[in-house]
Design a protein around this ligand. Sequence first.
Ligand SMILES: Nc1ncnc2c1ncn2[C@@H]1O[C@H](COP(=O)(O)OP(=O)(O)OP(=O)(O)O)[C@@H](O)[C@H]1O
Ligand SMILES: [Mg+2]
Length: 285
Amino acid sequence: MTPTTLQAALAGVGYLADDALAMALALGDMLGRPVLLEGEAGVGKTEVAKALAEARGARLIRLQCYEGLDAAQALYEWNYQRQLLAIRAREGENPDAVEELVLSERYLLKRPLLEAITQAEPPVLLIDEIDRADEAFEAYLLEVLSDFQVTVPELGTIRATARPFVVLTSNGTRELSDALRRRCLYAHVDYPDAEREAAIVRLKQPGLAESAALRLVEAVAAVRTLPLGKRPGISETIDWAAGAAALEARGVAWPDALKRALGLLVKDEEDLATVARSDILAALA
Ligand SMILES: Nc1ncnc2c1ncn2[C@@H]1O[C@H](COP(=O)(O)OP(=O)(O)OP(=O)(O)O)[C@@H](O)[C@H]1O
Ligand SMILES: [Mg+2]
């Protein structure tokens, strides 16, 4: 897929990607390389992997990373209970045959990484928030990402039947290893410009007039420049528009509806006070 056709395919499933992001994803696809997306919370990193899977008609397999994530949760684990049951049911039988049986793939619990490389059709593998996992975990990941294979000591090496399209996301809470970065194509995902954010809002809130959407996203952009604890992401923009539209439908005038629905955009007491002190809301009137 060229960047342009990819961009159109993503738009077809409701994701408006900018040129740089579409280029990184198209290149990742052409070269069969993982794509690492870094950016602040709520800029659309997770969503683009979902949209990509939908646009390609592929299965989405997601590995949500967290502190302490280990191989048993990410790669595979033996299903001890079923193994034990099988062993009990075959008491008295040839022990070698029983051992061979319970150490076969049937008794393996596939976790996302193994699941992703054993699909008949190439899936999209989303490794979400890799910066939350420990550095040690990156070592397992590197084996999978470089060779698309997983070694199970008792079984041997399982090679990919179809190469997944891998998307990694990071909020940049810690530095990722050079080895990981080297394997990936990189794109920084930023807040969209006003025109694109307005288009996103209107996609999700079709009743909103273009001029109203533009003024709303300009206010959001101004809010993002304030020294806030948590800057609003795109979902907050969409929620704010939806909340204000719901109030307007019940008779509240538009600028006032925006002010009243502010709790959908900014979700912290101090941040709310910071926004109130600015002249952003007054400018909406
Ligand atoms: N380009 C886009 N087109 C359409 N919708 C978008 C776009 N970007 C973001 N969104 C919307 O914003 C929401 C938030 O995006 P998403 O959850 O992907 O952010 P994120 O970058 O993964 O944030 P976090 O770091 O908090 O996980 C999505 O559910 C989607 O509705
Ligand atoms: Mg996310």
